[in-house]
Design a protein around this ligand. Structure first.
Ligand SMILES: NC(=O)c1ccc[n+]([C@@H]2O[C@H](COP(=O)([O-])OP(=O)(O)OC[C@H]3O[C@@H](n4cnc5c(N)ncnc54)[C@H](O)[C@@H]3O)[C@@H](O)[C@H]2O)c1
Ligand SMILES: [Fe+2]
Length: 387
């Protein structure tokens, strides 16, 4: 039996945030990162809560790739404050932190035999990337082991999402690029996932088209209203696709790399994407057979709906890889790991371990090709820092 989940209600368009002023709740816990407080973005939310007469507390200790410690601290605050609504404000790191906090607070409250109702969970993304506002995924980092864990559970999904493009205008160029490629990777991986369905395909296809058309515009001019709006929608739509179809090796590898070396999630995905497509399609061994269940066939379908040359699978896969590389060029994304703090020998030393971790990542399970550790090591070798 298959199922397709369409749980969170999504508020969007003019004055979507006004929904907060209509709430009939008592106490809100806002989960955010420090930038949201420093930039006064959080005030846009608290103004609405004030209108609704809702008391609030702000927990703003979220950091990128949120570690277990942040979740524990947040749980303590949640249990003490006992909110009936949790508002996550920020990128994937804030939304995932709020997911973890709500999830584990419930366990603590059950332990304490407190008869508290599960608070309403509202996610308000400020990046157009993870789609976490509509997914049942929560990515938490164990810093001591250098591993990012993908928790997947329908109880993690927010109840409501609010999309407002005024919140994403301040996203700097490099983060616009990285998070935008995260959207593309979600949609492409959902499309070729072994769990893909007609429902997830429809969403993934729309998200892919939107990214190719609007991401370069959002990158060039962050004040381009239309491009920001379309990328915010694309991010949410891709989230709806992958929360159902799941992801693949690209994400498994990005998590393993990010857990050890703290490369921004979208950047890690971007570096790997052309190589993972080539690997999944088994480009070197394509022999003209039309196997409609193969990844090569699915990538060729993507090329076709993007209007790229795709008279056969070989051409279709190559066109998609070329289009992805052209997009990355427009976004000034380098071709290999380029953080000066990460040396080639550092990554080489961890290669085997991160490859084993990538294989075990839950996202890798739905990859269209089953990778070996040495396949994954070879894929990572493509993006090693220069000597
Ligand atoms: N749960 C999911 O479904 C899912 C999917 C993909 C990735 N993730 C996870 O999400 C995290 C990445 O999230 P992200 O890419 O959104 O980045 P992020 O939340 O880590 O934020 C990155 C940086 O952008 C800043 N920022 C956020 N909004 C901004 C704004 N409007 N203006 C200026 N700066 C802003 C933040 O302060 C931070 O410094 C990773 O941990 C990743 O593994 C989760
Ligand atoms: Fe992602």
């Amino acid at each position: 039996m298959d199922a397709f989940n369409i749980k969170p209600k999504v508020y969007f368009g003019t004055n979507a945030l006004g929904h907060l002023s209509q709430l009939k709740h008592r106490k809100a816990l806002i989960v955010a990162d420090p930038f949201m407080v420093k930039s006064l973005t959080v005030n846009i939310i608290t103004e609405q809560l004030d209108k609704a007469g809702i008391e609030y507390k702000i927990f703003s200790e979220v950091v990128p790739d949120p570690p277990v410690e942040v979740i524990i601290k947040g749980v303590q605050i949640e249990v003490e404050f006992n909110p009936d609504v949790i508002v996550a404000l920020g990128g994937g790191s804030s939304i995932d932190s709020a997911k973890g906090i709500r999830y584990f607070s419930r366990c603590v409250n059950n332990e304490l035999k407190k008869n508290t109702e599960q608070p309403l969970f509202i996610a308000i993304p400020t990046t157009s990337g993870t789609g976490s506002e509509v997914t049942n995924f929560c990515i938490i980092t164990d810093k001591s082991k250098g591993i990012k864990y993908s928790l997947i559970d329908d109880n993690l999904t927010p109840d409501e999402a609010i999309l407002d493009t005024k919140l994403v205008k301040s996203v700097p160029k490099a983060i616009t690029a990285d998070t935008g490629i995260d959207v593309l990777t979600h949609a492409i991986e959902a499309y070729v996932s072994t769990n893909a369905s007609d429902y997830s395909d429809a969403l993934a296809e729309k998200a892919i088209k939107l990214v190719f058309k609007y991401l370069p515009k959002a990158y060039e001019n962050g004040n381009d209203e239309e491009a920001r709006l379309k990328m915010h929608n694309a991010s949410c739509i891709a989230g709806m696709a992958f929360t159902n179809a799941s992801l693949g090796l690209n994400h498994g590898m990005a998590h393993a790399l990010g857990g050890k070396f703290h490369i921004p999630h979208g950047r890690a995905n971007a570096l790997l994407l052309p190589y993972v497509i080539e690997y999944n399609a088994d480009l070197k061994n394509l022999n003209g057979n039309v196997d409609t269940s193969s990844a090569a066939y699915r990538y060729t379908e993507i090329s076709k709906f993007l209007g790229l040359p795709a008279s056969n699978q070989f051409e279709g896969v190559r066109s998609l890889i070329a289009a992805v590389k052209i997009l990355m060029n427009k976004l000034d994304i380098p071709k290999c790991i380029s953080d000066p703090k990460i040396s080639r020998s550092d990554v080489e030393a961890e290669l085997k371990e991160i490859s084993e971790i990538a294989i075990k990542d839950r996202c890798t399970k739905t990859n269209p090709r089953v990778p070996t550790v040495s396949d994954v090591e070879n894929l990572y070798r493509n993006i090693l820092p220069k000597e």
